[in-house]
Design a protein around this ligand. Structure first.
Ligand SMILES: Nc1ncnc2c1ncn2[C@@H]1O[C@H](COP(=O)(O)OP(=O)(O)OP(=O)(O)O)[C@@H](O)[C@H]1O
Ligand SMILES: [Mg+2]
Length: 433
């Protein structure tokens, strides 16, 4: 391991048992390193294994395969020098702020007087002077997370791992805290030599990190890296930052679709998944995109802003538009296809026709449901076999959810019907056999 590296993962894999006892591969063959002086942001969809990876690095869980090292030594159990901040604050409610912060030091056997002194200094540094005697519930979310961070930093960690440390906070509070940490880091007021942040928020990653690493899903693998060489503090509205956000955006949305199309991912893995979005949102975004100021083509973050929704909330919708071939997504841009433009101008029944046709040609799950219904003399089938099919690679609740989406889309496109009383799928009425 090079002198310059703080942490190194080679070929790390991890499986968990799903509800039915079968192992599910969450992380596969992950190579990753954190060098001295670096802030790295790890991005990936929900469930891609980001927290799992962080917990392996923190020594909270062991990997099944591969090597995980901290300063050249195998990680086995929490290492002195590696501290973690959790999204949920994870404070002890019955302990005061001061006691919560001192906890990590206690575990290291540091005598009470020194503990108190260091905790005081850290509370001061984190803007919590005077709150040592308070209980966590007496503090706001932002202050509680400051306590969580103070508790991690008070041990003078060499490596700081932050799992969505800002995402439970409102935007402004998150931003302030983020900036405070960057300031401590950039002015060398903390001895920490490397920071890894897990985030859902592309802007946050671009504003903070020296390098962004994107984890793919099912199983999680590192699939892209983006280096950021802009000095901090960075201006959120600068051309450079907006451009980077676009790039990362594009890497995150389009890849999943391309992977399916190119067959890079085994079909059974992703084929039947559907993005978590509904018809009205798909159409809402399509309409927004079709007319001024966008006129068919937009920068994804701008479109999100215009829609007054977060990127995160809109990812699945963009994915759906791409999946249905109504839009084309390239890097951070989205543009309507000729079909998408026609769709935008069409009245409802024509829209439904196009939607149905796209379902049958582009969405394997919908096509499969339709095909099997056509093979039935009665034109109806219970939903269970389809849920079971999905459960082969999805968790039970995810499988149900995917079928619900397929039902909603299919009903709108008049590809099949669903009886909510009996839970049966059937061919649309006029087509019944
Ligand atoms: N202890 C566990 N036992 C079984 N399954 C687990 C366990 N921990 C995580 N998983 C599963 O592993 C997958 C990855 O989980 P993980 O929490 O690492 O994802 P994540 O990328 O952090 O997601 P999010 O962005 O939602 O926080 C999920 O499907 C999760 O349900
Ligand atoms: Mg997580």
């Amino acid at each position: 391991m090079s002198e310059n590296l703080l942490m190194e993962l080679n070929g790390v894999a991890k499986s968990f048992r799903s509800a039915d006892g079968a192992p599910r591969l969450i992380l596969d063959n992950v190579d990753f390193s954190l060098a001295k002086g670096e802030i790295v942001a790890l991005l990936g969809k929900s469930g891609s294994g980001k927290s799992t990876l962080l917990r392996i690095m923190a020594g909270l869980i062991a990997s099944d395969a591969g090597k995980a090292m901290y300063r050249g030594k195998d990680i086995c159990g929490p290492a002195l020098g590696v501290a973690m901040v959790f999204q949920s604050f994870a404070l002890f409610p019955w302990l005061t702020v001061q006691q919560n912060v001192e906890l990590g030091l206690e575990a290291q056997g540091i005598p009470p007087a020194e503990r108190e002194m260091r905790a005081d200094a850290m509370l001061e540094l984190m803007g919590l002077a005077g709150f040592g005697g308070a209980l966590p519930r007496e503090l706001s979310g932002g202050m509680r997370q400051r306590v969580g961070i103070a508790r991690a930093l008070v041990t003078n960690p060499d490596v700081l791992l932050m799992d969505e440390a800002f995402s439970a906070l409102d935007v402004l509070t998150g931003e302030t805290l983020r900036n405070d940490i960057l300031e401590l880091w950039d002015s060398n007021r903390i001895p920490t030599r490397g920071i890894l942040i897990v985030s859902h928020n592309i802007e946050e990653a671009v504003m903070m990190a020296d390098r962004i690493v994107i984890l793919s899903s099912e199983p999680g693998r590192i699939r892209n890296e983006v280096k950021i060489e802009l000095p901090r503090p960075r201006a959120v509205d600068s051309i450079e930052v907006r451009g980077l956000i676009d790039d990362v955006y594009g890497l995150m949305t389009m890849r999943a679709i391309q992977e399916v199309r190119s067959g890079a991912v085994p079909v059974t893995h992703v084929d039947y998944r559907l993005p978590e979005t509904d018809v009205s949102r798909i159409e809402g975004i399509l309409d927004l995109l079709a007319y001024a100021p966008f006129n068919g083509k937009a920068d994804l973050p701008q479109l999100s802003e215009e829609a007054e929704l977060s990127d995160e909330e809109l990812f699945p919708t963009y994915e759906a538009l791409g999946l249905l071939a109504l839009a084309h997504i390239d890097k951070g841009d989205i543009s309507l296809t000729p079909l998408g433009l026609r769709y935008a101008e069409a009245e409802k029944t024509v829209r439904q026709d196009i939607f149905g046709q796209q379902l049958l040609t582009q969405v394997p799950l919908a096509a499969r449901i339709r095909q099997q219904l056509e093979q039935e003399p009665t034109g109806t089938l219970p939903e269970e076999p389809f849920i079971e099919l999905l459960e082969e690679f999805l968790k039970a609740d995810e499988a149900k959810r995917v079928l619900e989406i397929a039902v909603e889309w299919g009903r709108y496109g008049e590809v099949y019907e669903y009886d909510f009383h009996t839970g049966r799928l059937k061919l649309p009425d006029q087509e019944e056999k």
